[in-house]
Design a protein around this ligand. Structure first.
Ligand code: MG
Length: 303
């Protein structure tokens, strides 16, 4: 039986997605705000951001944690492109970068229509090589996670970067603050977390879903509402279940938006990714720590 203190079962289907005897392991603690986990299967390593400390950290099994990059320009979300290169969002420089095989850094996007981006937050790459990222204002609201500054972009958008022409398109802009994003297994839909709040606290804590039509996102709809916290980063498994951050938990939603269950985490969760050799281990960034837990689901993202 799954531990009642670790798992919340909201739907019987959740029992088949988690390992009853699994334990939640704390791999590292000592961040100010951990975010943006990305797994490298070829290198058997996890990278993530410690945003306020200007660090990207690296964990290897049995090898502990080291500093991968400092200063990181207040890097936040990461992913890998189809060639396995690291793609990163940076608050401090308000740009999206690619780290080449030789370690040099290529700027992929830092402005739209002649004005600086707000503060790129999270990023995913589609099989066609296009790079999709969110651009809320969190990284310029204070000097804690970037440099306090006025936004130049009127809207908080999801952008698509063309892999051939490098043209940047605002794919959707109907958000308070777009944050985490991920494709459905067939890449016909893109899910986007809107983590924005409003003065009277009536903004819904939800994840939206769009149809991917060429360079744009259409048919904006609500995929799920969270009953705890606000959604930040999330990932999908091979069966289309969506695993998201929200308060002190990882929430798992079925493809139809039904809450299946939660994994309780001791600290506020910001983001997660599937990793490990079988891609069945959830790596969870949560405030000061990084946690890991084995599940039966496997992540869909590649590489
Ligand atoms: Mg985020």
């Amino acid at each position: 039986m799954p531990s009642p203190s670790l798992y919340e079962i909201h739907d019987p289907r959740f029992r088949s997605l988690v390992v009853g005897s699994a334990v939640l392991e704390e791999l590292y603690s000592g961040c100010r705000w951990a975010e943006g986990p990305v797994w490298f299967d070829d290198a058997q390593q996890l990278l993530w951001s410690d945003i306020p400390n200007q660090r990207i950290l690296r964990w290897v099994p049995d090898g502990g944690v080291s500093v991968y990059r400092y200063p990181s320009n207040f890097a936040n979300g990461h992913t890998r492109d189809r060639q396995g290169r690291l793609i990163s969002c940076e608050h401090g420089t308000r740009r999206v970068t690619r780290t080449e095989a030789d370690g040099s850094i290529t700027v992929l996007a830092d402005s739209f229509e002649g004005k600086r981006l707000n503060s790129p937050n999270d990023v995913v790459v589609r099989s066609d090589g296009s790079i999709w990222f969110s651009d809320p204002t969190y990284g310029i609201l204070s000097d804690y996670e970037g440099y306090k500054s006025a936004p130049e972009q009127e809207k908080r958008s999801i952008y698509r970067l063309d892999p051939v022409t490098c043209a940047l398109t605002a794919a959707a802009s109907d958000f308070l603050q777009p944050n985490g994003l991920a494709f459905s297994p067939g890449e016909t839909k893109l899910y986007v977390a809107d983590s924005g709040t409003n003065p009277d606290d009536t903004a819904p804590a939800h994840i939206r879903v769009y149809d991917v039509e060429g360079t744009h996102l259409t048919n904006s709809g609500v995929f799920c509402h969270l009953d705890e916290g606000r959604p930040d980063g999330f990932r999908l498994d091979n069966n289309g279940n969506l695993w998201t951050s929200g308060g002190h938990a990882v929430h798992c939603f079925a493809p139809d938006g039904t809450l299946l269950g939660k994994i309780r985490i001791p600290q506020g969760v910001s983001n997660l990714t599937f990793g490990g050799p079988r891609r069945n281990r959830l790596f969870i960034t949560a405030t000061q720590s990084v946690y890991a837990i084995y599940v039966t689901a496997t992540g869909v993202q590649r590489p």
